[in-house]
Structure formats: structure tokens, C-alpha cells
Design a protein. Sequence first.
Length: 105
Amino acid sequence: MNQEPMRIELLLACPPTRKCRAIRDLANEARARFPGRLRIDEYEAGSACPVTPTNGYRSARSGKGKFKKIPSVFVNGVEVSAGEPPEREAFFRVIEEQLGQPRAT
């Protein structure tokens, strides 16, 4: 069965901060760890998304606020972290769990 790669969505500052670069490095490490199974979509804060975001990304809000925290990471439409890079092993654990789920739209 040939499935579309699962999406990892990154909301990053422009220019990227130290935290943004750490998140990008983690996402690239995940893509190398699961070859052909992950797709990374990067969104610049304050700019239009270059691709249609997942429903989970679109509906996420930081607390009661209107906006998402920067940087943020979503795996298969599930928010993994907001404002800080995720803990490495927890990030990979979420990816492994979500690889068995239907793809987010």
C-alpha cells in the first residue's frame, strides 16, 4: 500500500530564531529516521501558508489567544509543541504513534 507521507508542520519566525532552527533540525532528523514516510511543511509567521495546512493546524490556538505561539510543531495535525522545541524522544514517540493513524487533512 503506497500512502502519502505524513505531514510535519512547522510554524517558524522569519528569520528563524535559535528555537526555530532547533525545531527544523529535529524535523529533518525525523525525516532521515523515517525515510519516505514524512513530509515537512514550513510556514513563516505572518505569511500565507504555501500549502493548505491540516485542519488541526488551522484550528489550533495558543491558550485563549487568537494566534499560535512561534515556533510551533504539528505532527499529522496534532500540536506537539508551542513556543519551545519539543523534547526529542517525546517528538519521535508522537511521530511513531501518528504513523499508524489516518493522514490528517
